[in-house]
Design a protein around this ligand. Sequence first.
Ligand SMILES: *[C@@H]1O[C@H](CO)[C@@H](O)[C@H](O)[C@H]1NC(C)=O
Ligand SMILES: *[C@@H]1O[C@H](CO)[C@@H](O)[C@H](O)[C@H]1NC(C)=O
Ligand SMILES: *[C@@H]1O[C@H](CO)[C@@H](O)[C@H](O)[C@H]1NC(C)=O
Ligand SMILES: *[C@@H]1O[C@H](CO)[C@@H](O)[C@H](O)[C@H]1NC(C)=O
Ligand SMILES: *[C@@H]1O[C@H](CO)[C@@H](O)[C@H](O)[C@H]1NC(C)=O
Ligand SMILES: *[C@@H]1O[C@H](CO)[C@@H](O)[C@H](O)[C@H]1NC(C)=O
Ligand SMILES: *[C@@H]1O[C@H](CO)[C@@H](O)[C@H](O)[C@H]1NC(C)=O
Ligand SMILES: *[C@@H]1O[C@H](CO)[C@@H](O)[C@H](O)[C@H]1NC(C)=O
Length: 722
Amino acid sequence: MEWCSINTCRVLVVSVVLLSYNMLLISSPAAAAATTDAQVEAEAETLRNSTWWWYMENTTSHHCTWDGITCNREGHVIQITYSRGYCRRCKLSQLKFSSFPSLLHLNLSYPLIYGRIPDEIGTLTKLTYLRISECDVYGELPVSLGNLALLEELDLSYKLLSGAIPSFLGYLKNLIHLDLGSNSLSSVIPSSLGNLTNLEYLDLSFNQINGSIPFEIGNLKNLVELSLARNSIVGAIPSSLGDLINLTEFNICGNKIRGCIPFEIGNLKNLASLDLSNNLINGKIPSQLQNLKNLKNLDLSHNKLSGHIPTLPIYRSMDLSYNDLEGHIPFELQLEHPPEVFSYNKGLCGEIKGWPHCKRGHKTMLITTIAISTILFPLFAVFGFLLLSRKMRQNQTKTPLKKNEKNGDIFSIWNYDGKIAYEDIIEATEDFDIKYCIGTGGYGTVYKAQLPTGNVVALKKLHGWERDEATYLKSFQNEVQVLSKIKHRNIIKLHGYCLHKRCMFLIYKYMERGSLFGVLSNEVEALELDWIKRVNVVKSIVHALCYMHHDYTLPIIHRDISSSNILLDSKLDAFLSDFGTARLLHHDSSNQTVLAGTYGYIAPELAYTMVVTEKCDVYSFGVVALETMMGKHPRELFTLLSSSSAQSIMLTDILDSRLPSPQDQQVARDVVLVVWLALKCIHSNPRSRPTMQHISSRLRTQLPFLETFHGISLWLLNTQEI
Ligand SMILES: *[C@@H]1O[C@H](CO)[C@@H](O)[C@H](O)[C@H]1NC(C)=O
Ligand SMILES: *[C@@H]1O[C@H](CO)[C@@H](O)[C@H](O)[C@H]1NC(C)=O
Ligand SMILES: *[C@@H]1O[C@H](CO)[C@@H](O)[C@H](O)[C@H]1NC(C)=O
Ligand SMILES: *[C@@H]1O[C@H](CO)[C@@H](O)[C@H](O)[C@H]1NC(C)=O
Ligand SMILES: *[C@@H]1O[C@H](CO)[C@@H](O)[C@H](O)[C@H]1NC(C)=O
Ligand SMILES: *[C@@H]1O[C@H](CO)[C@@H](O)[C@H](O)[C@H]1NC(C)=O
Ligand SMILES: *[C@@H]1O[C@H](CO)[C@@H](O)[C@H](O)[C@H]1NC(C)=O
Ligand SMILES: *[C@@H]1O[C@H](CO)[C@@H](O)[C@H](O)[C@H]1NC(C)=O
């Protein structure tokens, strides 16, 4: 028994020695003296008295070693960080703040901390960092907060703070970061905040502020981020906002802001994100927004903006929906953004398929606005072909079309060994009854007609126009003339056409299986389109485009290659169709043009150059080829390729998972070849894309690398030069 207690005593002595030795390690030699310091004792006692560290295993150890406590060389607590729970429920006032006069840094974020912020917080006059966030803390901000003159960061977000934002915050002149977001603060934004000239970050979002933005906000010249989103802020955006030249983010979405967007906003050269959505802002979009060269996200949706959309740079994201905007959508914007971002406006129009077309000068298109989109596009290459060389026109007059004129109708058939009469078509479709309709596209409606001979043809019915538009009739003839010249086994056969003031249709060979897009979207048909057939589809498009670009006297640019414009016959052989926007490239005049094409397939350079070259088709081809192999539009792949994870993506990860991996070596090789070439085609620099001729010859050669099918990564394909 004796022996045992002596032994216990010895252990205690050893541990005391160890403990003091420990303290020498954690603090300076002065710490030894500090053990007698009454202040240090008070700090330790306060921490022990609070229930905050109760569940910590080591509360008997020196408090400076506790989780979340940091002391200075003298042993005074200078930092408290509490984000791990050692208490069941911690009352904020239990941590008697007056006990820690040396505290510099107080960081509390733990949901079980509760209570009001005690007045005592004002005794922490050395504090530079105060964060009480994501706690169950409520009530008003104590006035004593105004004493914390050295504060650089004040974060009281995500709580239940109520009352007004106190104007004494204006005394905290050293503040760099002020976050009072996600509380229930109400009333006005005090103008004294304008005294915080060091502020770089101000967040008052998700509160119930119902005043206006003070003009003094313009004093905060160092502000980088300003969020006032989701309040009930009224009044206008003050013009002084234009003084915040360092601002990169400005968000006032979801308020009751009225008035115009001040043009001074164009001074904010560093602005990267501007969100003014869900307000009552009216007036025009100031053209000064053009000056915001660093802007990446622009959201002006759900307001009352009116007038035209000015020319704006291309942003990563943009939303102008739900306003009262009207007029022409700048061409580059149409190219880069999906139509939804312009929807629900008063009357916006553009050239991209699916958009109402802009009225052209005098009474050209007198058809209702709803019909405009389906009417204007049939006039397809009207513009392109108007530019046909004189030579071409002369050739036409020498070889007039076979005409069958009847009451002013022009009905012409060629390329067809049977007999087709206008009356047969009207009869076969019961004057274009909806029950014969097999599809609608941007240009018109497609019908299936069984002729008396038993043969089936497809009719693309376009819409009529005013009789006096002689120039359109002329250019339509020009186009048909050109289309009739294109004869290639992978380009859809045009049998003839009918042209009349109230009826305009083209007669094509009927394609039993519809579009490539349709087949890829159908779970059953997609399986039928196996790897061999898919590779053949891609090869067919290559042959057709190669012919158009290189084998014809003048290169013909299709301009609207998409999976909807590749048609498949009963044997799933592919044919290029829809030459509605095709045009000849003639080298003697400008290649600049109006926009044509389908969103998702348009070459990116068209956004800024507007110059159409063969390389635009090459890009669209690349998209379609990838879509054929992936079974869906390669949209996600584009984002993946630009991310850092691109290195690790394997070819097999992106191929259509509905099909089993190709077993045959030759088929696997062809699949790799197609994806490899397609990746080259979607290069953002048109000069770096191969020509169709190059692709065509490459498709006949061997792969330049030896990896097994499953070992091929996109990285390898991307880096392997063609
Ligand atoms: C700690 O609690 C004891 C006992 O309840 C009390 O006497 C003492 O004043 C408290 N100390 C501090 C610093 O709160
Ligand atoms: C408890 O404190 C002692 C001395 O400070 C230390 O050696 C030990 O690792 C601590 N235990 C835990 C579980 O933190
Ligand atoms: C405050 O605590 C939170 C949660 O632990 C942490 O994410 C944050 O970085 C801390 N702040 C500082 C300045 O250390
Ligand atoms: C803000 O600055 C003005 C002028 O310097 C001064 O009169 C006012 O008292 C200050 N307000 C606060 C809250 O600091
Ligand atoms: C703003 O909110 C405060 C506090 O909720 C209220 O007293 C005041 O009437 C409100 N002002 C307006 C203009 O709604
Ligand atoms: C703006 O940012 C620059 C660069 O970060 C900095 O030098 C400058 O002090 C900041 N403030 C103002 C008012 O320009
Ligand atoms: C026009 O006709 C001439 C001679 O008939 C021919 O050489 C030329 O290629 C034709 N031009 C076009 C564009 O068809
Ligand atoms: C039009 O494009 C072709 C290449 O496709 C080029 O050779 C020609 O110089 C261009 N013409 C003009 C006027 O830019």
